[in-house]
Ligand binder design. Sequence first.
Ligand SMILES: [Fe+2]
Length: 386
Amino acid sequence: MTGKGGFQHYKFEVPEIIFGRGLLRQVGSCARRLGGKQVFLVSDQGVFKAGWVDLAIKSLHESGLNVVYFDQITPNPKDYEIESGFREYVAKGADVIVGLGGGSAMDAAKGIAILSANGGRIGDYRGSDKIHRPIPPLVLCPTTCGTGSDVSQFAVINDTEQLCKFTIMSRCIAPDISLTDPETLLTLPQHHVGSTAVDALAHAIEAYFSIAASSLTDVNALQALTLLAKSYVRAVREHRIEDLEDLSRASLHAGMAFSNALLGIGHALSHPIGGLYDVNHGDVNAILLPEVVKYDYPVVTEKIAGLLNALGCELKGNEEFAEEMTVSVIENLLDAGGSPRGLRTLGVREEDLNKLAELALQDVCVLTSPRQTDAEDLLGILKRSF
Ligand SMILES: [Fe+2]
């Protein structure tokens, strides 16, 4: 953030990061050196079927640890799933948590960790800095390429009574270790490779535009964009490990950027949509992103040359078409990777748009939007994205 004299003051925090092909086999030694004996492993049935849960359990056993396996997690993890995981954690006397999967499994692992140290209901911790006691040791291993939850200070949980998502933001919930094995992407279905990578695209752009961006977050956001421009489309089409590894790295860089710079109105809008309809988070972001960029554009013009350069475009000589270029390079990337167009294709109802705009205005991500917004403007973005 820029201070009164034009100086910047910021913090930049990331967990220990371990990244490389085949390194999921080291999850046991990671959990052991954090002092655990009884590991609570949170994953989901898709990751289990792909064989990664067995590999992780083998590694944990080889490190002399006991394992309690919990997989009662669905996409857009629900408050009651977190609370049932917490009861299981306590009943089994676990003392370290490993989250293995996409954003849902990792955010669920964070939620269980919060309750195990602080008690209460998970909804008690919505918002910023509500967690007072440190959580148990936590290792997060992403098996998708967009969430960034493995490096972030956020968890997003579905409130099943209010039918909305809420964000928990606290430095306390960044894990001790982020362990990424890009080989796990080899078993991820093509659509999920695409939809999680565009979530990383949205993270990078929203973090880059954020009023809390710094030189440290910008360098990570731009690196994520460079990797996505280079490898996203080919990774979706051909599923080669070299390209998938680039997407894993893009997710990591975008995660470091948005965990520290936070996000903007794209995610403020996508959270209530995910809460109301239980739809794919990456698909929602992909649909909203072009209109979000158009909306933010007038207040981020000084950052556009950097954005275009990272995406492989030269602004020099094309300054008068800068806005069109920016939007079309993003739309072309989304289209080439097969992202959906139009919120209506996800089942969003036109009569809900007003309510969604009002809910988005309450989302914590609005606070770092580069352009001050209101419900009317947010409704306009929803209508143009419909
Ligand atoms: Fe996201």
